[in-house]
Design a protein around this ligand. Structure first.
Ligand code: BGC
Length: 666
């Protein structure tokens, strides 16, 4: 393996899910998992294709209750390509131990698969190359080369577009309705051509796949026909192969949806793209050039080959999810990329971890992701009003239209119980958006960005947090009650009925930081612009004064010489970490044992420590001093050690944060 390749040799059925996710190919517009073309969902394989921002809602009955969920839709499968020799069966669904070699070339964005098939006593060597074009985001291609090793004779090749798909890729969502598509029709408009047209059931997005399958090397087919079925369509080719001779089949696919720009009729757009597409090598050459441009802007060089490969792999998947093609779309950052169905394609606060990278390399893409938030400001304002707040309250999980998509119950797969899900109380998602606005402005120094929409976004978020903060006479400070911090193991106090925590330190400090930036923005904007903005937001001098006061009087809890994750944290018991060593999802374990993480000083992920990930020590110190707290330089290392010893890293985001702390390197 080199720094640019990821190789899977042989079979490891237990790892198939991870392998297919890591071998996903995409271009920021759509992506397809690295499943074998001849496979269908069977618990091992999961061929899924996802179009950025294509969501659909469905109703399900769970535990006797009606719930609604919005999913990033698994659109029809363009991969199917199989064959049979003589009287053999179609080569389909190889058993989990089927030996094959997969090689992901990250520099070029190409997946190569090699294997042997024994069919009706005949051995055929097969090589497949696959790409999802980074050059022309609507195109993908699969090239299959067949060499009969010990036979000559007839082979039938089937290339299909399959609309018999649903969202069924995640086990713990199996009780939810995953049907999102209605196939409107299938057909063929050219020799070797096929198309499939469908529409999402409730969001009404039309999606069309069109394909062209042809032999580019080897004997001409003796027959070629397209078979249209109600919800799938196949092009069947028959040809005579000779022992040792190579035959290459090329399948080129176009994917369009009614969300695309500059499209009149979606079917015409998809069918019309194919004659222009060129052959596999031509597509590959343009695709490779596009990737070369991307890597030129963002390759980072680190030490060893192993570390470099890991870094390249992360960048590769980031760019496949959020590429310059994304800049033109109205989409956010889905927590699991476009790589599968976990988290249903929802947008959490994870953009906080990728925007700093994009800001410097692809500022247009970063800005588009912020615009996704800004376009949903009306919903966020309505959400704030609904709980009696000014400004904007962004949802913990966002999808198509910006309403709160967080489920109110979730399944613990360990206990099989459906439990209340209070994670919508993670109000801090708004702070992440505001932080991103400011970082984008810092990286681009573009005042036009602020005046166009950045300032409005940040100010509306700041207002909600200022309004959330209430004055506590006893403390003579402002407090924020009833929220959840980033650490999802704590959603309430063990002895309190209503969910939520008071004075989550991360939320309170970042709220102060955002209020300070709001004040900065008001100072920075040219006078007339500032006046217009204040007028349009009805932001009066008293409210701005209140911002100022809170930046001097917010409450930050401390105990034992460290920052407390939330008020009352010190009352919690210590967990017997020895008994739970190596367990990342402690919440599921403890709940299954009839216990709860809420009782313990145990975190799923960085919470307080996020502060030192986002803020330089000096800036953090200034905030504390500004609030009237003494700042001791040992506070940060002490706090880091304290929480690193009490974190299970049950979220992958946690390690990303902790790795920067010297204590975690030892
Ligand atoms: C983490 C969240 C994160 C979400 C999506 C959860 O497990 O706790 O912080 O936003 O996953 O990545």
């Amino acid at each position: 393996m080199s720094r640019w390749t990821l190789i899977y040799d042989g079979a490891d059925p237990a790892q198939a899910g991870v392998r297919e996710a890591l071998c996903t190919l995409g271009n920021g517009y759509f992506s397809t998992r690295g499943a074998p073309p001849e496979s269908s969902p069977d618990g091992t394989h999961y061929p899924g294709t996802y179009v950025a921002g294509c969501y659909d809602r469905a109703m399900s009955t769970v535990d006797g209750r009606l719930v609604e969920n919005e999913d990033l839709v698994n659109v029809p499968n363009w991969l199917p390509l199989t064959f049979r020799t003589g009287d053999g069966d179609w080569f389909e669904q190889p058993d989990p131990g089927f030996p094959q070699r997969m090689e992901l070339d990250m520099r070029r964005g190409m997946l190569t698969r090699t294997f042997h098939v024994v069919n009706d006593g005949r051995t055929t060597r097969v090589t497949q190359r696959r790409l999802v074009s980074m050059d022309t985001p609507h195109l993908a291609a699969l090239e299959t080369t067949l060499v009969p090793e010990d036979w000559s004779g007839t082979i039938a090749i089937r290339s299909a577009l399959d609309g018999r798909v649903s969202n069924s890729g995640v086990d713990r969502y199996r009780d939810l309705n995953g049907r999102h598509l209605h196939v409107l029709g299938t057909g063929s408009n050219a020799p070797g051509g096929a198309w499939l047209r469908c529409r999402t059931l409730t969001s009404g997005v039309e999606v069309v796949l069109a394909s062209r399958t042809r032999i580019v090397q080897g004997p001409a087919p003796s027959s070629s026909e397209t078979l249209s079925h109600e919800d799938w369509v196949a092009t069947d080719l028959t040809l005579d192969l000779r022992i040792g001779e190579q035959t290459t089949v090329e399948k080129t696919v176009a994917l369009y949806s009614s969300r695309d720009h500059a499209v009149g009729n979606v079917l015409d757009a998809a069918c019309g793209a194919l004659p222009e597409a060129g052959g596999f090598d031509e597509l590959l050459s343009r695709h490779t050039t596009a990737w070369r441009h991307l890597w030129r802007s963002c390759s980072l060089n680190v030490g060893s080959e192993k570390e470099q490969r890991a870094l390249n792999l992360h960048l590769f998947h980031l760019l496949q999810t959020l590429s310059p093609h994304t800049s033109d779309l109205d989409v956010g950052v889905p927590a699991r990329g476009l790589h599968g169905e976990a988290y249903r394609g929802h947008v959490f606060w994870d953009e906080l971890f990728v925007l700093p990278f994009l800001n410097l390399r692809f500022p247009e893409t970063a800005r588009a992701l912020l615009r996704y938030r800004w376009r949903r400001l009306p919903q966020a304002r309505a959400a704030a009003r609904a709980v009696g707040l000014k400004g904007a309250l962004f949802p913990w999980q966002s999808g198509s239209d910006g309403r709160e998509e967080t489920q109110r119950t979730h399944l613990n797969p360990r206990s099989g119980r459906w439990l209340p899900d209070n994670s919508h109380l993670q109000r801090h998602v708004g702070l992440a958006i505001a932080y991103n606005v400011w970082q984008h402005y810092q990286a681009t120094d573009d005042l036009a960005f602020l005046s166009e929409f950045g300032a409005e976004l940040l100010l509306e978020i700041a207002r909600a947090f200022a309004d959330m903060a209430i004055y506590d006479r006893g403390l003579d400070r402002y407090v924020i009650r009833g929220v959840m911090g980033p650490d999802e193991y704590h959603d309430g106090y063990p002895d309190r009925e209503e969910p939520g925590l008071d004075d989550n330190a991360y939320t309170n400090v970042m709220a102060v930081w955002v209020l300070l930036r709001a004040l900065d923005i008001l100072r920075k904007l040219p006078g007339p612009l500032q006046r217009d903005l204040q007028e349009s937001l009805d932001l009066k001098a008293e409210e701005i004064e209140r911002f100022e006061t809170i930046t001097r009087k917010m409450h930050i809890p401390f105990h034992e010489g460290v920052i407390s994750q939330f008020a009352g944290y010190e009352e919690l018991e210590e967990l017997d970490w020895e008994a739970y060593r190596g367990i990342r999802r402690l919440d599921r374990y403890l709940e299954a044992e009839g216990d709860s993480c809420n009782r313990y000083r145990a975190s799923k992920q960085a919470d307080v420590l996020m502060l030192f990930f986002l803020l330089p020590a000096e800036e953090f110190a200034d905030i504390l001093r500004g609030l009237g707290y003494a700042y001791d330089p040992e506070l940060i290392p002490r706090t880091v050690d304290y929480y690193l010893a009490r974190t299970s890293h049950g979220s992958t985001l946690s390690s990303v944060v902790s790795i920067f702390h010297p204590a975690s390197r030892s």
